[in-house]
Each structure stands twice: as structure tokens, then as C-alpha cells.
Design a protein around this ligand. Sequence first.
Ligand SMILES: [Fe+2]
Length: 287
Amino acid sequence: MDHGMSARQRLSWPDRVRSSVGARLSEPLYRLFSLVPQWEFGLSDHEVTRHTHVHGPLAGHRAVHLTDLHLDIYYPRHDRIVYTVRALQPDWIFITGDLLNVPEGLPHLFRFLARLRETAPVFVTLGNHDHYSGVPVTDYAELADRHKITLLVNQSVVVSTAKGELAIVGVDDPSLHRADLHCVPPQADHRFTLLLAHAPNILDQVKAHHAIDLILCGHSHGGQWQVPGIPTFWLPPGCNGRVSGRYESGEHTLYINRGLGWSFLPFRWNCPPEIAVLEWIEERSQT
Ligand SMILES: [Fe+2]
């Protein structure tokens, strides 16, 4: 299976510099704070958010969206996430990148993904930190295949259901300009097309002709630190000012999940980790 490296676009010089700085800063900080796991703050409890989408053919189906795991060490909080996801009884689980930070995280990451796979099929895309880690895409692909997890790197799959179908498109990280939208399939009757992309700037890259019903992403960590009365002050490049929740542009709708992990410092403030639940419904109830 070709995991999209041929579709990789050339990085501009600013992006190369950014990628290099991000990689150089992220790894030593992760290694430093991994020595003192008890210093984590604001990461132990997650919030479950619920979202509905009107689409008759998929009505009754449910999915869980996770993102930004940054999972280099398997902590007890990861067990709690597995239990919550299991209790939600999803038909599918989607994960939009930033799976880990350093190569040593691979066994921990795949322990977590394998446990999720016991609940439902898991579809995964890559984020900027997955590339900063230096782990080759082929290694992610090989481990995903071994654990029966679907890694989508500028690829799509179509899942048939009783009354329709779900097209799941996964692009490589838009913040590193690796997303190639040629893999978006054409519109079809009874089809819901979901686009999984790591960074919110994908909303500026989709075109009117792309038949996409919903885009799921992460990358922002919801700002990670939200101080009352102070505007969001930390957002990585690739967010284009978008922090969390729902955004629209033209025909397209984007949902930004705050994610589960941390960047640079192991704490979140007024910005709890998020597990998003998507439910497809027949029609919106009148209130
Ligand atoms: Fe990211």
C-alpha cells in the first residue's frame, strides 16, 4: 500500500525552518518532562462533547473522534480514555494526528490504539509531531497494518452501511503542507464524506468542488491554556486563528477537537482534554 509519500508537496523555506525548530524544541521538552510524570496538570480528566449530523442513511450510527494524543508513555489516564470510548459504543473511531513525539513512544501508542481497536475500527491520520519524531511513514503503516488499524495518508476508504455509505478521507498534515486533496472521492447518493486532517488550515485548502460533509481536526489543543479575560495566546501555525469547536467556510464545516495531550509544557488550564462523539440522525428535532 502506497502511503502517500509520492504525493508529498515541497516544503517552503519558512516551513522547513518551522519544522526544524518544532522538532528540535519538542523532543528535548518531552524527554525532560517525561522524567517527572507527576508534574502533569489538567490532563487527568477528559470531557465528552456530543455533536449531531442530519444524514438519514447513516442515522443511528455513532463515532468517536480523538486527536493530539502525544502518547509517548502509557499513563493510567489512557486507560480511562479507553473505558470512556468503550462505554460510548461507537461504530468507528477517528484519530487526527499528533500520535506521539519520539520514536520510543511507538509501543505505547500502539498499545493504546490496539485497545481502542477492540471496541471499533480505528482510522488514523498523521500530524506535524508524527513527522518531527523522525518515524518514517512506512513504519507507522507497517505497525498499523499489524494492529488492523487503518492509516490514511492522502488516501480514502468507503465503508458500506445498511442504508448508505461513509467515505473516510485522511490527508497528511495540512500545517506542513502535506495534505493532498486529490484523494477526496466524488459525490455519491447516500454517501457521507468525512475528511480527517490534523490542522485547521485544511479549511483554507478545500475547494468548492470537494464533496465533503464534515472535516474533523485537532492541532490547536484549544489553545491549551485559557486564562479568563485573556484572549487565546498559544496557537500553533496551521490554525489560522481557529481555536476549538465549529467553523464554516463556503459549503464546508470544520470541527476542531481540543485533543488529549500537551505540547511544550505538560499542563492545560481551563482547557480539558476532549473526546468528541458524532451521531448521525434522521432529522433535527423541533424545539
Ligand atoms: Fe499538531
